[in-house]
Design a binder for this molecule. Structure first.
Ligand code: NAD
Length: 482
């Protein structure tokens, strides 16, 4: 069976313990490769090599650091077709999506921060009053940890490591053990891209083992984490008192609010995508669709009709639009959430069951029908807890105030989508959303310069653009008497 390896101090290597974990293909339910089951020994080795590499890397001219990242971006582009297939196999997502979204964005992330760092200058205040000047150095932090989830594997992995490296830090990164393949493939290109040994280390393994060793390592001074809210809370507790910088991008329970004055055709097209893209496993997916009562029935019926026509297929087939969910455990969690919603009074309008395997190859795979449920009370789990699967809840509303109250009623605050052609309402409602991101008449449109992240239980801090470069640097202010 194909064996992935860690990349530490410029070398591909097995876990020091010699232990392995099985890597399962979600579409078949079968193990198809194995990954190093790393622990603190491997993380310690990675941190030591990163510490050694830091002085030279952080002093290297920005153009040279940038060139390494650009070469890595080129490697993603050159391998995009093969790596998209690897991503689809590892994660269960359709290969077409992996190519159009995951590979494209991974390449862009690396290229974007390779160039962003060239425009990221220290600030100066001249004069600061009649007798002083102030300037603020932005210094790289040292060794930083990057921990990413399984839903957008290479996309979110590169979203973290690119700004960290561009800013002059050395990195110890851990992809999700559920989808380790593309981070491994990327690690096979790090040396050829020109990164000196120790600058960019990739350690595979379980969260409570390799992940925990990164989180608690005393020489890792900043941690960028994307994953579940419970894990984020654990990391906050585990690092309390250590004064590490933390960026936590966590779960969501995002509302799409459809006003009667919206372009309803456009709203419908996009809501199908925002609900079920990547099998609903995007932190920004809409999972609560709030619809103004006067158009509720017709919008609901059209949504249901479209969802019923979506049939999960083999992720490796080019025509597949919806694939498998990521794991057996996750499939069971999704089915449990549907059962609970029904017990809470919900009516299943579409889906609600496991989907048939699309072919013989996928007989043991994890396929769930796109599911639409209505009638679940506002405070029940389906409207409050993240499912992170192809399951949405529909709720009618009568007034703008009611829509806002429903939208803001959860512990989460990642994103919201508004559908209205009333310009004043769009601005008014957007400003009152308790979320880090609001889309108006669109969804998942990302300008990489804009701040990305959530409020409340959806996280702390912002990624994207200069926000990420600020996170991965430590400001030092110098005040000079003239
Ligand atoms: P997860 O929290 O289980 O795991 C995320 C990563 O953390 C993995 O690499 C895992 O190995 C590691 N990890 C787990 N326990 C750890 C520990 N004790 N110490 C250190 N690391 C640990 O999340 P997941 O199931 O992989 O991802 C799904 C979640 O991610 C969802 O809640 C989703 O909303 C969220 N997510 C958020 C964003 C965002 O930008 N806000 C983006 C994508 C996904």
């Amino acid at each position: 069976m194909f064996a992935l390896q860690n990349f530490i101090n410029g070398k591909l290597q097995n876990a020091a313990s010699g232990q392995w974990l099985e890597n399962i293909e979600p579409a078949t339910g079968k193990a198809y490769s194995r990954i190093p089951r790393s622990d603190a020994q491997d993380v310690n080795a990675a941190v030591e090599s990163a510490k050694e590499a830091f002085p030279a890397w952080s002093k290297m001219p920005i153009e040279q650091r940038s060139a390494c990242l650009l070469r890595l971006a080129e490697a993603v582009g050159a391998n995009a077709h093969d790596w998209a297939e690897a991503e689809a196999r590892d994660n269960g997502k359709p290969v077409s999506l992996a190519l159009a979204v995951d590979m494209k964005r991974s390449q862009q992330n690396l290229a974007f921060f390779a160039t962003a760092i060239q425009h990221f200058a220290s600030e100066a205040h001249i004069p600061s009053g009649p007798e002083h000047i102030n300037y603020t150095h932005r210094k790289p932090i040292g060794v930083v940890g990057c921990i990413s989830p399984w839903n957008l594997p290479l996309y979110l992995f590169t979203w973290k490591v690119a700004p960290a490296l561009a800013a002059g830090n050395c990195v110890v990164a851990k992809p999700s053990e559920v989808t380790p393949m593309t981070a491994f493939l990327l690690s096979t290109c790090i040396e050829a891209a020109g990164f000196p040994p120790g600058v960019f280390n990739v350690v595979h393994g379980l969260g409570p083992e390799a992940g925990e060793a990164i989180v608690t390592h005393k020489d890792i001074k900043a941690l960028s984490f994307t994953g579940g809210t419970a894990t984020g809370a654990h990391i906050q507790r585990a690092t309390a008192g250590s004064f590490k910088k933390l960026s936590l991008e966590l779960g969501g329970k995002n509302a799409a609010v459809v006003f009667a004055d919206a372009d309803l055709d456009q709203a419908l097209q996009t809501t199908i995508r925002s609900s079920f893209a990547n099998q609903g496993q995007i932190c920004l997916c809409s999972s609560r669709i709030l619809i103004e009562r006067s158009v509720y029935a017709s919008f609901r019926d059209r949504l249901v009709e479209k969802a019923q026509r979506m049939v999960p297929g083999d992720p490796l087939r080019p025509e597949t639009k919806m694939g498998a969910v990521v794991s057996e455990g996750h499939r069971d969690k999704i089915m449990g959430a549907i059962e609970q919603a029904v017990a809470d009074g919900g009516k299943v309008l579409a889906g609600g069951s496991l989907a048939a395997a699309p072919n013989e190859r996928c007989a043991g795979g994890y396929f769930v029908q796109p599911t639409i449920i209505e009638g679940v009370p506002e405070l029940c789990d389906l409207n409050q807890q993240e499912v992170f699967g192809p399951v949405i809840s529909l709720m009618p509303f009568d007034t703008e105030e009611e829509a806002l109250s429903l939208a803001n009623s959860t512990a989460y605050g990642l994103s919201a989508t508004l559908w209205t052609q009333n310009l004043q309402r769009a601005h008014r409602v957007a400003a009152k959303m308790d979320t880090g991101i609001v889309w108006v008449n669109c969804w998942l449109v990302r300008d990489l310069r804009t701040p990305f992240g959530g409020v409340k239980s959806s996280g702390v801090g912002r990624e994207g653009g200069f926000e990420a470069l600020r996170f991965f640097t430590e400001p030092q202010n110098v005040c000079v008497q003239l």
